[in-house]
Design a protein around this ligand. Sequence first.
Ligand code: ZN
Length: 167
Amino acid sequence: MNDILDEMYRDIILDHYRSPRGKKLIDHADISSTGQNPSCGDEIAMQVTLDDGTVKDIHVGCTGCAISVASGSMLAEFVKGKSFEEVKKVAEVVKKMLKGEEIPDSDELGDIDALKGVRQFPVRIKCALLAWMTLIEGIQNFEKQKKAGPETVTTTEEDEQNAATDQ
Ligand code: ZN
């Protein structure tokens, strides 16, 4: 039984590794974030565009091992159209899953469920987490900036918008 499951996980992970989603470049990103996992040599850079508080589009550029690339690809597939809250929630689920903690059964996870297979290889857990932590950090920085607002008083709406995007 376990062998069958493992094979299934492996197939899903390899599929994402061989044809990663989210490869298309994005012209103008609302959020940019980079991350690395020195213990394995994985590096990731992502750009996100937003639409009314949800993720409109995402580019994930990852160079590294199969697990890091596959995890980034699953993330790219999952987060489109999702709100920040939904993204944060599933990032927590991924963390718990990799730690071997119980998570509620959910059809929502889709391919992400295959990351369960990674917890048998503790050295690879950081690889699987890289994309999720990089995106969460990007979102948190974006939220901090938004909360702080423009540092100087501006006179027109246009200036205000420029100040926000220039940061
Ligand atoms: Zn790795």
